[in-house]
Ligand binder design. Structure first.
Ligand SMILES: [Zn+2]
Length: 281
């Protein structure tokens, strides 16, 4: 578990407004995932922002489960996936062209690429929203997703560098008559003044004081986040068993060992012929 005071998420509600939100800051969690996904900085920053976004989105849903943000299908950015569970476990994977220039942005990703948001509950039931990738930043692309999927009015702001990833989400609650009808627009207008430096450098109370000085916020306790990969030898064995003994024997020649590498945490699982015999015994 991370010990950094910057590694966590804090939810808040705004008194008198039908608005709730959360700040997230990833420090050691981001380092654990970044160092497993070495790539040019602009692509890493996008992964950091996606991790912050998945944590913020997971904080706003009621179900136990996981939220993942995935970008797929480009030539320069082949795959980016970031995930957060309701327990605060995060992992991510990044596959991109190694020769990306320093000024590469999301706007350079092929326009037929897709942005996929997956919400999976504890019973492994999935809700999946897929939209075309639009906008110059991940936050803009996600705003497009929220609009497209007709969810609650939601806006978020994201930032990442080599040291940290961070973000802010605000959401207008349904079915509540706000005492202040212009409150939502005011909150969005105020939040829009946030800079990447502030997101990455300030703790949540200080940042809220800077952005929402006139609003009364009710805070929930900080929720810890950490890097965690749920892969295990048992899960890999289940996949191998699903492939079937015959298919695996055709893969094996002589005394070869089947190895399966987890793309999230780089853990290697090896199964020799004796292991395989035991699996199917
Ligand atoms: Zn793993």
């Amino acid at each position: 578990m991370s010990r950094s005071e910057f590694d966590g998420l804090r939810r808040f509600a705004m008194h008198g407004l039908a608005v709730r939100g959360a700040f997230v800051s990833l420090d050691e969690t981001w380092q654990s995932i970044r160092l497993r996904n070495l790539a040019p900085l602009p692509a890493q920053q996008l992964l950091g922002e996606a991790l912050a976004a998945s944590a913020l989105m997971a904080s706003q849903i009621k179900v136990d489960g996981r939220v993942s943000v995935q970008l797929q299908g480009g030539k320069t950015l082949k795959l980016l996936m970031a995930e957060c569970t309701s327990e605060g476990g995060q992992r991510g994977v990044l596959s991109c062209d190694d020769s990306l220039s320093d000024d590469w942005t999301l706007a350079d990703v092929d326009r037929d690429s897709l942005l996929t948001i997956t919400i999976e509950n504890a019973r492994a039931e999935r809700y999946q929203g897929i939209v075309e990738l639009k906008g110059n930043t991940l936050a803009e692309a996600l705003t497009g997703y929220f609009t497209h999927s007709e969810q609650l009015d939601t806006r978020l702001w994201l930032a990442a560098d080599n040291d940290r990833a961070a973000g802010l989400i605000v959401q207008r609650l349904p079915g509540r008559t706000a005492e202040d009808p212009d409150g939502w627009n005011r909150v969005v207008h105020l939040a829009e003044t946030v800079t990447a430096e502030e997101l990455l450098g300030l703790r949540s109370e200080a940042l809220a004081g800077r952005l929402f000085a006139e609003e009364a916020l009710t805070w929930e306790p900080q929720k810890r986040l950490c890097f965690r990969c749920p892969c295990s030898r048992e899960r890999v064995a289940e996949v191998l068993m699903a492939l079937g003994e015959e298919a695996l024997e055709n893969e094996l020649e002589g005394d070869e060992v089947i190895t399966v590498d987890c793309e999230f945490c780089n853990e290697r699982y090896s199964f020799d012929p004796v292991d395989l015999k035991l699996l199917f015994a």
